[in-house]
Design a protein around this ligand. Sequence first.
Ligand code: NDP
Ligand code: 8X3
Length: 255
Amino acid sequence: MLKDKIVFITGASSGIGEACAKVMAREGAKLILCARRIDKINALSKELKKEFGTASFCFALDVRNQPDVAKAVESLPAEWRAIDILINNAGLSRGLAKLHEADLNDWEEMIDTNVKGLLYVSRAILPGMVKRKSGHVVNIGSVAGHQLYPGGNVYCATKHAVDAITQGMQIDLVDTPIRVSTVDPGMVDTEFSTVRFHGDEEKAKTVYTGLTPLAGEDIAETVLFCVTRPPHVNIHQVHIMPKAQAAATISHRKR
Ligand code: NDP
Ligand code: 8X3
């Protein structure tokens, strides 16, 4: 169903973005892959070429840098410009400090990446979709876009913003064929917690102790479902949780 569709994935160097790349490649898509760690992107591209014969176009991109985002999209080779699907996945959390004790740098990084980065990429790619009267944007939100938890303050605010931006896109694009979805997961076992705890792997592991979290592939298959519905169907929002997680702060852990 995705044969030769062009899928643009931000944050494809690990976790959910990498899993999306693999699932879309399996379905026959062509991939535009970016993240800051270009070595990982290049290795993924090579792997997908070998496994599925996937054509991919790769570059290093920090979504926080608006001029770089605009330039990267403007300078895509002609055969890569007609982007069919944009997966706005690049994002991160930093810290779990109380708001009155938090490191301001953590706030800047989360807001600049999760909110402004998503906006910059969308602003660069959406006009082409509108012009071509074709396209689908999938934003990766979170349970944190709907619920708060202790120390979640600013990360949760950024994901609430993603929810608002998604709804804004759906409203502003209602008179076009462009579809907009958000996939909002609970705990997914990726590099997310290691990044949140600034590289502390031991602390990161405790997040998933005693339960089976979601895997990046679970989210990728859900994104695939969203982008393979008939044109009159738009999946607005998907909430997806591990079975053992009922809400952001309510999980059942085996001891
Ligand atoms: P990972 O840390 O495994 O992946 C995050 C990806 O985002 C990496 O590829 C990273 O690439 C990229 N990224 C981070 N900052 C930037 C930047 N400034 N510019 C470009 N790329 C960037 O975590 P996940 O896969 O879990 O996270 C993906 C998305 O899923 C995020 O938006 C996250 O908020 C969301 N999410 C995650 C959940 C979870 O429990 N894991 C649950 C709900 C939502 P690089 O470092 O190479 O730039
Ligand atoms: C990531 C999931 O619960 O840490 O968005 O906010 S959570």
